[in-house]
Design a protein around this ligand. Sequence first.
Ligand code: C2R
Length: 224
Amino acid sequence: MPPRSQGDDDSSDPQSSDKKSSDKKPKKRKARKKASRKRAAAKAAPASSSTEVDVRKPVVAVVMGSDSDYPVVAKCIETLEEFDIPYEARVISAHRTPEKAHKFASTARLKGFRIVIAAAGGAAHLAGVMASLTTLPVIGIPILTTTLGGADSLYSTVQMPGGVPVATVAIGKAGAQNAALLAAEILALNDDRLHDSLQAFRAAMRRKVAEKNARLREMIADQG
Ligand code: C2R
């Protein structure tokens, strides 16, 4: 799938999505997850590798401070794809490209985005800067760092001053997944099909836990 930009001048960084199928039942999820990972990887690849055409407007903007954040952000993208949510992903840095960050955040709503997800590590001001320039809900993903274990990213994302909220999720991949799920939950307020998909996702999770429980109990019984 070719990268898509929203009229932005930088065509090198965005990785955008347009999702296809409609029916997102949990039984089919495993197979879809695999395909979804492939699609995410394909989007990270050069645009020339695909001829697929994007037709839907992205409603979630996924921004990251650097491409080095992508291994974590991929989990977010994979989850958005799992729920068939059109998104646009790109590298923007509040520190390194402040003008671009300003332009992107201040025009995001007009472009049709409904939620901004911002991932950054270290002195992670990206989510806060996005939130300062838009009234769209902003979800921050703190990236794990080698020096301080992501505590730096977490604190700088979560400790916003009153008046400018950033909904901060957990450090790393769990947070990346939850950022997408939280976005899905917000969008599901006005989307019954998405709501059904979220219910199905929860049901599948419950089944998985029940299976794990059964396996564990069997193992303990075998040992005893
Ligand atoms: P490099 O790997 O490019 O050196 O980036 C990125 O999110 C990344 O985790 C190292 C880390 O710097 C972070 N970064 C920020 C911001 N821009 C980049 N925290 C920002 O504007 O907040």
